[in-house]
Design a protein around this ligand. Structure first.
Ligand SMILES: O=C(CO)[C@H](O)[C@H](O)COP(=O)(O)O
Length: 210
């Protein structure tokens, strides 16, 4: 299973520092939505130039104009771009077509989707590379939140999936056992005093490296 580091910060400078510390221990460097809104796609270019060997993930969370938004992110250096599962099918198809022109991929983020397993199957049929079983930061802050529903939806989907929603070193093995291709971790890494050590601990907690 791969590890994706979600860099939810507001400056390219901070992201580059975090990426440098975490890169030896992660497979995918994600530019979080707040970072892209704050700095624009220049941040994607900067991270790709600094880490050409890593998969660079632009978390655009596109809801409309799928072809156009995906096109500009791939041109800026992204390898994977997100479109929301709540978007119209035509938005997802437009983004997938842009990905194919660039030899890259679209990840459909299922944040806010009620029946995640069913929508996952639909969007993979539309050409998405994989889906992200995702509970956002606001959902995570609610009392009683756990990853369990995401893992259940992932197992039920039968399609390639990642899991994002507060994944930490103590839950990453459960994500792997559920069959995820990718575990996404943001706060568990960037909130630590030592970013590199936190990324390394997450990697070490994955029982069977893939
Ligand atoms: O996309 C996001 C929020 O919308 C986050 O990047 C994602 O949830 C991963 O971060 P964390 O591990 O802190 O939940």
């Amino acid at each position: 299973m791969k590890i994706q580091f979600a860099m939810d910060t507001l400056t390219t400078e901070q992201a580059l520092q975090w990426a440098a510390a975490a890169a030896p221990h992660v497979d995918i460097l994600e530019l979080g939505t707040p970072l892209i809104k704050s700095e624009g796609l220049r941040a994607v270019t900067a991270v790709k130039e600094a880490h050409p060997d890593k998969v660079v993930f632009a978390d655009l969370k596109t809801m409309d104009a799928g072809a156009l938004e995906a096109e500009i992110a791939f041109t800026a250096g992204a390898d994977l771009v997100t479109v929301l599962g709540t978007a119209d099918d035509s938005t997802i198809v437009g983004a997938v077509e842009a990905a194919r022109r660039h030899g890259k991929g679209i990840v459909v983020d299922l944040i806010g989707v009620k029946d995640k397993a069913r929508r996952a199957q639909e969007v993979v049929d539309l050409g998405a590379e994989l889906v992200e079983m995702h509970a956002g930061l606001d959902e995570q802050a609610q009392e009683g939140y756990s990853l369990d529903d995401l893992l259940t939806a992932g197992r039920a989907s039968g399609v390639p999936f990642s899991v994002a929603g507060g994944v930490s070193a103590s839950t990453v093995a459960d994500v792997q056992t559920a069959g995820a291709q990718i575990a996404v971790a943001g706060g568990a890494i960037y909130s630590a005093d030592d970013i590199g050590a936190a990324a390394q601990a997450l990697r070490a907690a994955v029982t069977v490296p893939v």
